[in-house]
Design a protein around this ligand. Structure first.
Ligand code: PGA
Length: 253
């Protein structure tokens, strides 16, 4: 089974209108060299409309997503953004459960699962982030933590629901640290995730796209993406440098 590779750029809380325009233009111009992989960018909320308009103007194949969303459909939730609003602004994807949301904003597995459901009910594809901290890895609890995160979504969405999303395995200790998981360390976790899902439905498990994230850069991407169960990457820091991001896209095939 050949799964399409995805390279997703998480811009986090970075960018200005001028920087976004420059970054997107350079990525788009370079993308002619990349045919097979799906390329997505995740700007901060306030720039989604700008980026959506640029994508249209450039007639670009780049897809667009939000970095977070509310678990509620609408109502008195000051400061929140709904799935329908993201959809209205041409987003096709949304990150849920990024480790920065989990740790800095105390998002529980249950809240992340509710956001996953809110996203997929609105027709967005959730990019569902999971991963362990360094202490959890060192105490041998990596798969326990990752399975708990995944099972929280499985419990309410079921296997068919989960498979409407994409999983991004991002070990917390590798995010923004410059310390990437080795290709084998990442592959081992991806393989365990796929085997866990295969217990429920082998075909869906084989089709599931599982991205790796955490200090992916232009130098290490090729080796990571060559691993059998790694279907592309969720890129933070290197997604803000057009040349590096393009090299990562090319590495994904
Ligand atoms: P990084 O971030 O590539 O800067 O480690 C990845 C992420 O947070 O998605």
């Amino acid at each position: 089974m050949v799964r399409q590779a995805i390279v997703a750029g998480n811009w986090k809380m970075h960018g200005t209108r001028a920087e976004n325009q420059q970054l997107l233009q350079t990525i788009n111009d370079g993308l002619a060299a990349v045919t097979a992989s799906q390329v997505l960018v995740f700007p901060t909320y306030v720039y989604i409309q700008q980026v959506a308009e640029l994508i249209t103007e450039m007639n670009s194949p780049i897809g667009l997503g939000g970095q977070n969303l509310s678990e509620h459909a609408k109502g008195a939730y000051t400061g929140e953004i709904s799935a329908a609003m993201l959809k209205d602004l041409e987003c096709s994807h949304v990150l849920v459960g990024h480790s920065e949301r989990r740790s800095l904003y105390h998002e529980s597995n249950q809240l992340v699962a509710s956001k996953f459901i809110a996203a997929s009910e609105a027709g967005l594809t959730p990019v569902f982030c999971v991963g362990e901290s360094l202490a959890e890895r060192e105490s041998g609890r990596t798969m326990d933590i990752v399975f708990r995160q995944i099972d929280a979504v499985l419990d309410i969405a079921g296997m068919t629901g989960l498979c409407k999303g994409i999983i991004a395995y991002e070990p917390v200790w590798a995010i923004g640290t410059g310390v990437t998981a080795s290709p084998q360390q990442a592959q081992d976790v991806h393989h365990e995730i796929r085997s866990h899902l295969a217990e429920l439905d082998e075909q869906l498990a084989n089709e599931m796209q599982i991205l790796y994230g955490g200090s992916v850069n232009a130098t290490n991407a090729t080796e990571l993406f060559a691993m059998e169960d790694i279907d592309g990457g969720l890129i933070g820091g290197a997604a803000l440098k057009a040349d590096d991001f393009l090299k990562i896209c090319i590495a994904a095939g």
